[in-house]
Design a binder for this molecule. Structure first.
Ligand SMILES: CC(=O)SCCNC(=O)CCNC(=O)[C@H](O)C(C)(C)COP(=O)(O)OP(=O)(O)OC[C@H]1O[C@@H](n2cnc3c(N)ncnc32)[C@H](O)[C@@H]1OP(=O)(O)O
Length: 410
């Protein structure tokens, strides 16, 4: 009987690819979330047994190393796995090594981290005491170490962002921000994550003269395009610190008019919501709002001040009102703040967003019930998000408050 059983020769690509960040005394190893851009839609690899594809990076320079290990190969015609990976890495800058040898040579390269330090923050845990985290900014289009690092790290976009794709590295409108964990004693740093940001020039005028005027004023819309914290560093607040840094920088910069996010994932949406709510709360942004419903004038003026896109700003207003309703001590002077007013506020936005679909429903009560269902689902999601927001003005919930959002969730 032949040894050919297709299932025995098929393995999960996500489970067979091991990414390592090689530090001087240890390697942090983790699996990717996606491999379909590299190994095909099904994320399966055929033709090998006991397969292990090692994709290791120097922890500071991210110089890549590939080493493929397996116990047997079905035939010489099966895909060459290192070559498939190399298509997405800087080919001349990647070492392909025999199994076993690759890890030894990894941590040698001397590398000057690119860009300028635009922010630093301390770690959150005890093990982090001897380190400081630094945020560096550079343009890959300027070449040098920034371009090398960019070319080495961009494979993480394919491996961790669904439908992620490479940016045009020679386009000077791209800025890259990277986070490094740096020992206070000056030793080797470790790469933690990065984000890429695109600047759209905002042209508002209609005539040639307007265009010149606009250019002189140089107003930009920033688009946060790719945002990754590598798995060994996730859930430690680094995403939050990097996002906070971006907003702090853009709020201070008079040339920036608005900040948008390209196609955010669910986990990024949560991060964004919570950071936006904390920032807005710190800025006491609801001051000046005396009555519901929120007027369009107030909304547009405040949204511009906060440099947020309209939908995200409206969501934050709704969540902040819900929070204020359930926390009686908040410094909010809205005279008619109650459940009904907030419900109307939220329903109005949902209605306007889904107007076409809703108006196709001929029966009014069915239309109302669809709208109400959408409102309830959104309110539940808001409560989930709000539970983890650290409001400065937070007060204990009152036990006898029937409108308590957190009670509803229990
Ligand atoms: C525009 C785009 O690119 S969209 C695509 C976004 N990127 C991805 O999806 C790629 C893969 N994922 C990632 O890179 C990261 O998981 C990100 C960017 C989504 C989040 O980054 P993180 O550094 O993990 O975020 P951060 O740690 O600040 O917060 C994440 C969670 O950790 C929790 N957390 C924060 N600090 C700590 C801590 N010290 N201890 C325990 N948990 C913590 C937060 O409360 C949050 O909880 P939640 O997930 O239940 O909401």
């Amino acid at each position: 009987m032949s040894d050919y059983d297709p299932a025995a020769w098929t393995v999960s690509a996500n489970e067979s690819l091991f990414i390592s960040l090689a530090e001087p005394t240890r390697a942090l190893t983790f699996n990717p979330e996606f491999t379909y851009p590299i190994y095909g839609e099904a994320e399966q690899i055929f033709g090998y047994k006991d397969l292990r594809i090692n994709l290791a990076f120097d922890c500071e320079s991210l110089k890549p190393f590939i080493g493929v290990k397996f116990s047997s190969k079905l035939s010489e015609d099966v895909k060459k796995l290192d070559e498939e990976l190399l298509k997405f890495l800087p080919k001349d800058d990647t070492l392909v090594q025999d199994e076993g040898k690759w890890l030894d040579s990894i941590t040698e390269e001397k590398f000057e981290k690119p860009g300028i330090v635009v922010g630093t923050y301390p770690g959150t845990s005890k093990e982090d005491e001897d380190f400081v985290y630094e945020i560096r900014k550079f343009k890959p289009s300027e070449g040098g170490n920034g371009l090398s690092l960019h070319k080495r790290m961009q494979i993480f976009v394919l491996l961790f962002i669904e439908a992620g794709s490479y940016i045009e590295a020679d386009d000077p409108t791209w800025d890259v921000y990277v986070v490094y964990k740096t020992p206070k004693n000056g030793g080797k740093s470790s790469f933690v994550g990065f984000t890429t940001v695109y600047s759209y020039w905002k042209y508002k005028g209609h005539t040639e003269h307007d265009e010149i005027e606009d250019k002189l004023q140089s107003k930009y819309r920033k688009k946060i395009s790719q945002f990754i914290i590598l798995p060994p560093y996730q859930h430690q607040g680094h995403g939050k610190r990097l996002y906070q840094h971006l907003f702090d920088e853009f709020l201070k910069d008079d040339t920036v008019e608005e900040v948008t996010i390209e196609d955010p994932s669910e986990s990024f949406d949560d991060l964004r919501d919570r950071c936006d709510l904390e920032r807005l709360d710190g800025a006491k942004f609801l001051t000046g709002l005396s009555k519901l419903p929120v007027t369009t004038e107030w909304l547009l003026a405040e949204k511009s001040k906060q440099k947020m896109d309209k939908r995200q700003f409206e969501r934050c207003v709704e969540m902040s009102l819900l929070h204020a309703l359930n926390n009686k001590g908040t410094s909010l002077e809205v005279s008619n703040l109650d459940t009904k007013q907030i419900r109307l506020q939220i329903k109005k936005r949902i209605y306007l967003k889904n107007r076409d679909a809703l108006e196709e429903i001929p029966d009014e009560s069915e239309r109302k019930s669809k709208l109400h269902d959408a409102y309830e689902r959104l309110q539940e999601d808001y409560i989930r998000i709000l539970e983890k927001v650290k409001f400065i003005n937070k007060r204990p919930l009152e036990d006898d408050d029937d409108t308590s959002a957190s009670k509803k969730q229990k």
